[in-house]
Design a protein around this ligand. Structure first.
Ligand SMILES: Cc1ncc(COP(=O)(O)O)c(C=O)c1O
Length: 382
């Protein structure tokens, strides 16, 4: 048999992708690399899944998601000026990953340009390549907020812009004024905005998250992507959802049902239980992240050669270092010193010279890992 080359688009994805295959942490290493909560899924959610299985919820569900779950999600969506959401506006997806894939594959075609302010979550660029579109990376401003002048230059003619807020990997929360300015830049255009708000519950004191859905100037062009993964420590359950303009939601639902079919029925019952958790269950986790964030800021501030913009949301610190080597080399060197982090270059060209530190890790791992980072990278140019 001859060689079996994959489709050319997959070759392109393989060549261009910045997403690394994740290596397991070597013995004795602490991992500050993972973007997933270290807390267990709250027990009532687990119990609800078990009960749902025992009750016979073991067959296909509605392809857009259980109507009861979609209605519950619709009633909790951020307020959208001039519009009320119903179950028909929501598609339940295999995590935010499949929500993002569905909207990109539904709305981006060959030749379409997609603006991605970077550094950005690396999935976005790969999805655009998979859809045959072109990624237009627009560097963030030095404070890691949007560079609105650069966006004004890039946006005309773009099919879509994708971002996360709060941001992975920068830990920045894009403010209401930034979102409104974006909406005004797009006035009169057909550019769709995809706002991935996976970390919406993780916002630190002094910062406020305004959902893109709440911003009048973005009202008619925003696709909102959400997930249970981070808020409820449910990364392995694979539940996400999206909403937005009805024709986009319908097109994304078509892609999702073609690629994925319906989501696990019992898992959707568990998701309903997550929505019913008392506020305190999520607040307790948020409080722990807040204390870890303080630890990161305290341990990395004032160290010569290191520069950290204090995280405003999510659970990442995006650390700039003065020492010379590229971030992939620094990540290897740090792994040899038994601390795992992610290379800034994974998130776009401007991520070079940075490493991403996740504080979804125990306080003791954080202390150890941060000390190892400071020992290796502190002290300036080597
Ligand atoms: C910004 C952002 N969006 C989406 C995802 C994927 O979430 P899910 O587990 O729901 O697929 C992640 C995971 O790290 C993320 O950081």
């Amino acid at each position: 048999m001859n060689a079996l080359p994959p489709a050319s688009r997959i070759e392109e994805l393989r060549r261009g992708s910045r997403r690394p295959a994740l290596a397991p942490a070597p013995p004795g290493a602490v991992s500050l690399a993972m973007g997933e909560p270290d807390f267990p899924t709250p027990p009532p959610v687990v119990e609800a899944a078990v009960a749902a299985l025992r009750d016979g919820n073991t067959h296909y569900a509605d392809q857009k998601g259980l109507a009861e779950l979609r209605a519950a999600l619709a009633s909790r969506l951020p307020a959208h000026p001039g519009r009320t959401w119903t179950a028909d506006d929501v598609v339940v997806t295999h995590g935010a990953t499949a929500a993002l894939a569905a909207v990109v594959l539904a709305m981006v075609g060959p030749g379409d340009r997609v603006v991605v302010p970077e550094p950005a979550y690396s999935l976005y660029a790969d999805l655009v390549v998979l859809a045959g579109g072109t990624v237009d990376f627009v560097p963030l401003a030095p404070d890691l907020h949007w560079d609105l002048d650069a966006l004004a230059a890039a946006l005309p003619g773009a099919a879509m812009m994708i971002f996360s807020n709060p941001s992975n990997p920068t830990g920045i929360v894009h403010r209401a004024q930034e979102l409104d300015a974006l909406g005004r830049l797009l006035d009169g255009s057909d550019t769709l905005v995809v706002s991935d708000e996976a970390y919406h519950r993780l916002v630190y004191p002094g910062h406020v998250l305004t959902s893109a859905l709440e911003v009048a100037s973005l009202r008619d062009r925003t696709v909102y992507v959400q997930t249970f993964s981070k808020t409820y420590a449910m990364t392995g359950w694979r539940v996400g959802y999206l909403t937005g303009p009805r024709e986009v939601v319908d097109a994304a639902a078509r892609v999702h049902r073609t690629h994925n079919g319906s989501l696990n029925t019992a898992v959707q019952h568990a998701a309903l239980a997550a929505l019913d958790l008392p506020d305190g269950a999520v607040d307790a986790m948020v409080d722990r992240y807040r204390r870890r964030r303080e630890l990161v800021v305290a341990q990395l501030s004032g160290v010569p050669g290191l520069h950290l913009i204090p995280p405003e949301g999510a659970f990442y610190g995006f650390l700039r270092y003065d020492a010379g080597p590229p971030s992939e080399t620094v990540v290897r060197e740090l792994a040899e010193r038994k601390v795992m982090v992610r290379a800034g270059s994974e998130y776009g060209p401007s991520g070079e010279g940075h490493v991403r530190i996740s504080f979804a890790a125990s306080e003791s791992d954080l202390r150890t890992g941060l000390a190892r980072i400071v020992r290796h990278l502190g002290g300036g140019r080597s």
